[in-house]
Design a protein around this ligand. Structure first.
Ligand code: HGY
Ligand code: MN
Ligand code: MN
Ligand code: MN
Length: 401
């Protein structure tokens, strides 16, 4: 049986980001192709039947794909400069758990599948959980086809280059109807388990969260020849947006707002930009709080833009309402796992997309520092193995019934 860490090690050289540190592995890029090959080889070596659905999600079946399947898995893509565990730990733990089940001579009485969802981070095309949202029908396929990456390549062009037909992107209700339940294992992104000194936990909820793109329009000009009074510099309201996001979120209990990406055009050191694109990531416990938070931040941005003689356009790029995981399945797993703690998460997941459609649960593995979406993201080998054992226990319980 190959341990989860040993399997993760086999991915150590895939999509290494030498500039940022960590990994950059994005939907349908070169690293993604290597990851797909890796997963297909590992799954096939375990006697699983691997197929790719119309949205580029990979499915590895133990037994004939059929109704009431027990599905586990996660994603292999990362944020730019991401850690090694966010996503891949859920996939390697699923493979390692299946090794354990086979070693015990377990035979599932229900179809069992390991799934790898495409472009979960939205690191290339800007919409998180792209593969699972398309599968579930919560992302318009035409809009998806026209999503562009930083080089202007559309998703349609990228999936075609990956050997898929973009005309097929879209909901797969028949495939979703086969899922009897979905359980995703994930490294915890936060310190909940570390503070509780517990190796494994169960998810209770996911914060409402969304992404908004604000484009500030000003007048491109010379940094040296343009007196301050003659400027319409979009970087000024963009900077105030960053500060407004922190100020407004600080007034909403449990809220978070982040500007992780800000792109001036043209981006010259001695050039007043003509436009500045700013991406706002806002999250809060509850739909209303999140919407209200964003409205306040946008109002402040509009005011700052006007004061600088600029305009601003706002576009909602993605949104997911608060997810409360299925209480029955959650309680079943917490007791199955000897009273594992149930805890909320501020991170979004494919499990959050499916939770509205099929009984869904998540298992978390302790992250000693809680740091994630950074090269320092970590989980100890013993805790990873505790996660694998917990997942194997859960799969035996669900697929053996
Ligand atoms: O952004 C998130 O919360 C997740 O990691 N995609
Ligand atoms: Mn992530
Ligand atoms: Mn993730
Ligand atoms: Mn010059």
């Amino acid at each position: 049986m190959t341990t989860a860490i040993a399997l993760l090690e086999t991915l150590a050289d895939v999509g290494v980001d030498r500039l940022r540190g960590g990994y950059s592995r994005h939907g349908f890029d070169r690293a993604d192709a290597e990851l797909r090959e890796w997963f297909t080889a590992e799954a096939t070596a375990r006697g699983l039947d691997v197929s790719t659905d119309r949205n580029g999600n990979l499915w590895a079946w133990w037994g004939t794909p059929g109704p009431n399947a027990v599905v586990t898995g996660s994603h292999l893509d990362s944020v730019p400069g991401g850690g090694a565990f966010d996503g891949p730990l859920g996939v390697v733990a699923a493979l390692s758990a299946l090794d354990a089940l086979r070693a015990e001579g377990f035979r599932p009485t229900r179809p069992l599948a390991v799934v790898v969802f495409a472009e979960e981070e939205g690191g290339r095309f800007g919409v998180p959980c792209l593969g699972s949202r398309l599968l579930a029908g919560t992302l318009d396929a035409d809009r998806a086809r026209n999503l562009k990456d930083a080089d202007g390549t559309t998703l349609a062009e990228a999936v075609r280059a990956a050997g898929l037909d973009p005309r097929w992107l879209g909901p797969e209700p028949e495939l979703v109807s086969r899922i009897g339940c979905f359980v995703e294992l994930h490294v915890e992104q936060g310190r909940g388990l570390a503070d509780l000194d517990a190796p494994v936990g169960v998810a209770s909820s996911i914060l409402a969260h969304g992404r908004w793109r604000l484009t500030f329009h000003g007048e491109g000009n010379h940094a040296g020849a343009t007196p301050l009074a003659d400027r319409r510099d979009p970087m000024v309201p963009a900077a105030s947006l960053v500060l407004a996001a922190r100020r407004v979120a600080g007034s909403v209990p449990g809220a978070r707002a982040t500007v992780g990406r800000l792109v001036p055009t043209p981006g010259g050191t001695n050039v007043i930009p003509s436009t500045v694109d700013v991406w706002l990531d806002a999250r809060a416990p509850g739909d209303a709080d999140t919407r209200h938070l964003v409205d306040d931040v946008v109002a402040a941005a509009r005011e700052a833009a006007e004061a600088e003689g600029c305009t601003v356009t706002v576009r909602e790029e993605s949104y997911g309402d608060t997810v409360i995981f299925d209480g029955g399945l959650r309680d079943e797993l917490t007791s199955l796992l000897g009273g594992a703690p149930a805890l909320p998460t501020g991170a979004g997941h494919d499990a959050g997309v499916l939770a509205g459609r099929v009984p869904t649960a998540m298992l978390f593995v302790r992250n000693p520092t809680g740091v994630s979406h950074a090269p320092a993201e970590h989980a100890e080998p013993d805790d990873c193995e505790a996660g694998v054992a917990a997942l194997a226990r859960v799969l035996t319980h669900l697929a053996g019934a």
